[in-house]
Design a binder for this molecule. Sequence first.
Ligand code: 13P
Ligand code: SF4
Length: 337
Amino acid sequence: MAGAIARDQLFTPEIALSTEAAWQRVKRVIPPFEWPLFAPDIDAIQRLKRERNAVVLAHNYQTPEIFHGVADIVGDSLALAREATRVDADVIVLCGVHFMAETAKILNPDKTVLLPDAGAGCSLADSITAADIRLMRQRYPGVPVVTYVNTSAEVKAESDVCCTSGNALKVVESLGTDRVIFLPDEYLASWVASQTDIQVIKWQGHCEVHERFTGAEVRRYREQTAGLVVIAHPECPPDVLAEADFVGSTAQMADYAKAKKPPRVLLLTECSMSDNVAAELPEVEFVRPCNLCPHMKQITLPKIRRSLEAMSGEVLVDPAVAARARRAVERMLEIGR
Ligand code: 13P
Ligand code: SF4
């Protein structure tokens, strides 16, 4: 019947009870009238996780109903990669983008890794190919290649070591050389270069979300908001980072806000991050310039549910490529944060 709500989408008293703890976590950032739309899927996903022996890993940019509602492990790219090596489950559902699911598969060749929407890509990962890395090596013989994890498995396989925004400087300085090739994020490379004497050879890849912030915009927010603390992600352009009080990975940004609890905070990164941190910090006012990552937003509760029901969206990596990529990722994990 047109307009009828399917039985498995009804917000029954039993579902209200089973999702009450999740509601308590998100009630500051999700309007009450929206919860009945989310709760049936959250209840179903929790049941499916038990049936499939699955864990849900969610990046900090996932929406609050996913981040606080169904995720077992949340974090930045580095934490998700590290936790993927510790998971004791048959199935990993990666709520993030394709390169994150590939990294989980590279580290867990025997587990099933599901990405609820195959179209969840990344402008940085799309900016460089394995052939580009081979050309860079020809151009700069003997110079080590440090690759941001926001890249394909094939690109990682051509690299000496990976890094994330949480450990980029430490990885670059661990190599003991006076030059490194750092790919593909130009702005993260510039941020690293500004803190070390090592010469950093860059690539012109950008994050389509962070490149939209401007230094002028940050100055305007400061003028309008007394006592504003500005926290920026290093994928932002240099003029934005120059205006920031703190620069770090998404996890480092959240940790900084939780430790300092400034009265007013501007998080210069993807929108959902502010919602997820605000849910835990009622005393802090979050100024919310909203730059959405269209790729992260491909992941929704109905798609997670469908993926677990049908075991669809499996991410596979050619074993020979995975073996080479694993060396670069594991070398990063050994260096740590
Ligand atoms: P981190 O969570 O590692 O800081 O990465 C940000 C990002 O843009 C991931 O896509
Ligand atoms: Fe890629 Fe930027 Fe989206 Fe992260 S936020 S997935 S770097 S496009």
